[in-house]
Design a protein around this ligand. Structure first.
Ligand code: FAD
Length: 473
């Protein structure tokens, strides 16, 4: 078989690459060993956010409905239906995207592929493929740290946890990054006793420190146990109980018991067994395939996108990288712009950010950084949602007023952050944000109000310092 572009892997990096290449008139072969949709649709974004929606529903039924004057009687989780709903949505999306791929005239080859040379690839049980350009989009796999007992069946990764038949009564989550905190939040609403053990001293350590603190406060209120600055030393299994022992930052030992341990300590690139050596593509087993801003590897006609390229581990960056790589493989020469990537954490409360964190902004711009923060407790619409937790925070530099970052913790944060994506992409100033007219009453007003606070012009909050009363004449 011959083609212009072969795409290895049909996840959020691969299928957009294949579709874009087909749109540009190329003969395209997409090689996928499992289901089109990749980690994101089958075991990542989609099934987890389907569970998140069930968790939100439970919270509404248990807490918010009463405030709104709705009585629903005793609320119970029908977990079998939760799983059917998840599997139905996943199956529907896999079928949908497979249909879109085929409708674009792309040849789909089912099976594990590996390069046999710089212009050839073989698929197990299939005929060899000759290509002009290739796009590697093989994704990533869960990593397990070297802790005694971590390979026991009592320790599962996110894929394993999504397949359980019943909600575990007690769960220890090893890792307080995005995947760990999302499962902690969901499982707590599902009724599990949850403890997070995280080696660093805060949850979601890559995010804005204020956001980490707010999430930690909320989790503690919700009864989620937090062991921060704690390094797991061993996991012992017996009588259906997994006992995880750890050492805290002061050197003291502690332990936590659970029915299951979720290992959520990060993911590594799928670079082994794909014949990158035969194709001459340089890679690092931990960091993945090195690419330039055109997504080109060291072999100029071979590109890499998504998790395997090690830039981000997000579906939406993989989507865009796939499109850009396909265009460049077919004669364009454009960089991928990842200066305004939204980073969303689907916890309760949600956390979402784009651009720089406050710490990053201060490291770059020193004292010229100004932040404005508006609490959802002062938002009329948030009160209607029965939500008072969290805030929106703008971060800008004071010389030109350019918006550098937006951080939101609270209801619908993952939707609201898109205002910051557009704003930072367009290099807007804080005045543009403050002077824009936000629909009222909406949660989105919190972003505008935060910009007003940053300029000392708040309307729906008292001034930072009370103003003296001017006597009327
Ligand atoms: P993948 O989606 O992993 O796809 C790679 C594909 O390549 C797979 O289908 C695999 O079968 C195939 N493949 C690999 N090797 C071969 C081979 N040799 N031959 C043929 N096929 C091969 N991101 C978000 O943006 N939002 C979220 O809410 C979110 N939630 C997540 C929740 C969880 C639990 C997890 C694990 C991840 C989540 N992610 C989320 C991350 C997101 O899923 C990934 O960043 C995204 O799927 C990466 O896309 P990709 O195409 O690079 O890789």
């Amino acid at each position: 078989m011959e083609c212009d572009v072969v795409v290895l892997g049909g996840g959020p990096g691969g299928y957009p690459a294949a579709i874009r290449a087909a749109q540009l008139g190329a003969r395209v072969i997409l090689v996928e060993r499992d289901r089109i949709g990749g980690t994101c649709i089958t075991v990542g974004c989609i099934p987890t956010k389907t569970w998140v929606q069930t968790a939100h529903g439970l919270k509404d039924a248990r807490h918010s409905f009463a405030q709104l004057g709705i009585q629903v009687g005793e609320v119970a989780l029908d977990f079998a239906q939760t799983q059917r709903n998840k599997d139905g949505i996943v199956g529907g999306l896999v079928n949908g995207i497979t249909g879109v791929v085929r409708a674009n005239g792309i040849t789909v080859v089912q099976g594990a592929g590996r390069f046999t040379g710089p212009n050839t690839l073989e698929v197990e049980g299939g005929e060899p493929i000759e290509f002009r350009s290739a796009i590697v989009a093989t994704g990533s796999h869960p990593l397990r740290p070297p802790v005694d007992g971590i390979d026991d069946p009592g320790c599962v990764d996110s894929t394993g946890l999504l397949e359980v038949d019943t909600v575990p009564a007690r769960v220890t989550i090893l890792g307080g990054g995005v995947i760990g905190v999302e499962f902690a939040s969901i499982l707590r609403h599902f009724g599990s006793e949850v403890t997070i053990v995280e080696m660093l001293d805060r949850l979601i350590p890559m995010e804005d420190a204020d956001a980490s603190r707010e999430l930690e406060r909320s989790f503690k209120k919700r009864g989620i146990g937090l062991q921060l600055g704690a390094r797991a030393t061993a996991i012992e299994h017996g009588d259906g109980v997994a006992t995880l022992t750890y050492q805290d930052s002061a050197g003291a030992a502690g332990s936590v018991e659970a029915d299951v341990v979720l290992v959520a300590t990060g993911r590594g690139p799928n670079v082994e067994g794909v014949g990158l050596e035969q194709a001459g593509v340089a890679f690092d087993p931990r960091a993945g395939i090195a690419v330039d801003d055109r997504l080109r590897t060291n072999v100029p006609h071979i590109y890499a996108v998504g998790d395997v390229a090690g830039r981000w581990q997000l579906a939406h960056t993989a989507f865009r990288e796939g499109e850009v790589a396909a265009e460049n493989a077919l004669g364009h020469d454009g960089p991928v712009d990842e200066s305004a990537v939204p980073r969303c954490v689907y916890t309760d409360p949600e956390v979402a950010a784009v651009g720089l964190t406050e710490e990053q902004a201060r490291a770059l711009h020193g004292d010229n950084v100004v932040v404005g923060r508006f609490p959802f407790a002062a938002s009329a619409r948030a009160q209607m949602y029965a939500e008072r937790t969290g805030w929106a925070k703008t971060i800008h530099e004071s010389r030109y007023g350019e918006l550098l970052g937006l951080v939101i913790v609270g209801p619908q944060a993952t939707e609201l952050v898109n205002a910051g994506v557009v704003g930072i992409s367009a290099e807007v100033t804080i005045e543009t944000l403050a002077d824009s007219i936000a629909a009222h009453p909406t949660l989105a007003e919190a972003v505008k109000e935060a910009a007003l606070v940053a300029l000392g012009r708040q309307i729906h909050l008292p001034p930072a310092r009370p103003r003296a009363t001017v006597a009327a004449r």
